[in-house]
Design a protein around this ligand. Structure first.
Ligand code: AHM
Ligand code: MG
Length: 340
């Protein structure tokens, strides 16, 4: 304890006995993720100086141009996780296939991690918030062997921990191990994450809706109806609501988690399965929001955490946030757009 400050390390160790497999491995793993996040945070903060802005000239697995920071952060997280000894493999937004570690220490690791090292890449070069998302599972293949796809294609309900690091006006790490949600702000002067948001609960109602309305014309009717509901004047229910959309999932999610709101990335004509990836974008946030008392579904009656992934980079539509707001959007989907 440093005075009245609780650091991430202290907090994780205090909570170690809560973990389903309390051998200290998950404790160390979360610490390693936090450390890699500090390194990325440092680079983000000096990005304009460090010649780390801009594109690298290659495309990632989704055909999107890779930014230098994407590549840098991906490598930092891979190195930190491989070196930790707790992780036998990683799935990353930046890599088409899983990365299965070959050294004996890592092959013995009990966990796998799915990660989006830098989410919201289009915001890097313009100094707008970006984030890292991570999701941790026990492996299903035996220890001592290389990780396989089956380790990653598990339902979100099987996550043992998940979280994000938001590189915003400050750097914040928020995570859950299934016993509530806690947030830690990085104090650069001491180089530590300090507990700043304990036992976060999402308000059941909110006044913020977050969706890329530029695609309105291509949205399912249920989403169009919900947007019109948000925009309708009704002072009794605090409408019209406020529209807020950063285009960085972590930042949009974090704001709505704290203030109350709904985030929707639905199916569209160009993205008939939505845009966001189940393994490393939808699942960690769905785990967090449920732990905080909120809801996450695909808008077609399926709880995100129950979806059995069939491929690594699978996309799903996402309706996530305050419980009552998501329920109402789901009702409208059921009535006006029942089929995907
Ligand atoms: P990225 O992983 O390539 O950065 O894309 C994911 C991002 C999310 O952060 C954000 O919610 C979404 O894409 C925004 O998409 P759009 O610009 O279509 O609204
Ligand atoms: Mg992403």
């Amino acid at each position: 304890m440093m005075g009245s400050v609780t650091t991430l390390n202290e907090f994780i160790i205090d909570r170690q006995s809560d973990f389903p497999y309390a051998k200290g491995e998950l404790t160390r793993l979360l610490n390693h993720i936090g450390i890699a996040g500090k390194v990325v945070s440092r680079e983000v903060n000096k990005a304009g100086l460090a010649e780390i802005l801009g594109e690298i000239g290659s495309n990632n697995v989704h055909g999107e141009s890779q930014k230098k920071l994407d590549v840098y952060a991906n490598q930092k997280f891979i190195n930190a996780l491989q070196g930790s000894g707790e992780v036998c493999g990683i799935a990353s937004e930046e890599n088409e296939e899983i990365i299965a570690f070959d050294d004996d220490l890592a092959k013995n690791g009990p966990y796998i991690v799915s990660i989006d090292p830098v989410d919201g890449s289009s915001n890097i070069d313009v100094n707008v918030s970006i984030g890292t998302l991570f999701s941790i599972y026990r492996r299903v293949t035996p220890r001592g062997h290389r990780a396989g796809d089956a380790d990653f294609l598990q339902e979100g309900t099987r996550q043992v921990a998940a979280g994000y690091i938001l590189y915003g006006s400050s750097t914040v790490m928020v995570y859950t191990t299934g016993r509530g949600v806690n947030g830690f702000t990085l104090d650069g002067s001491i180089g530590e994450y300090c507990l700043s948001h304990s036992d976060i609960m999402a308000p059941p109602n909110g006044i913020i809706y977050s969706i890329n309305e530029g695609h309105y014309i291509k949205f399912p009717d249920g989403v169009k109806k919900y947007i019109k509901y948000c925009q309708t004047n009704d002072p009794q229910t605090n409408r019209p609501y406020v529209s807020r959309y950063i285009g960085s999932l972590v930042a949009d999610f974090h704001r709505n988690l704290l203030k109350g709101g709904i985030f929707i990335y639905p199916t569209t004509e160009q993205n008939p399965h939505g845009k966001l990836r189940l393994l490393y974008e939808c699942n960690p946030l769905a785990f967090l929001i449920e732990q905080a008392g909120g809801r996450a579904t695909d808008g077609y009656g399926n709880r995100i955490l129950d979806i059995k992934p069939s491929k690594l980079h699978q996309r799903e539509p996402l309706f996530i946030g305050s419980r009552n707001m998501v329920s109402l959007a789901e009702q409208m989907m059921k009535e006006y757009s029942p089929i995907k």
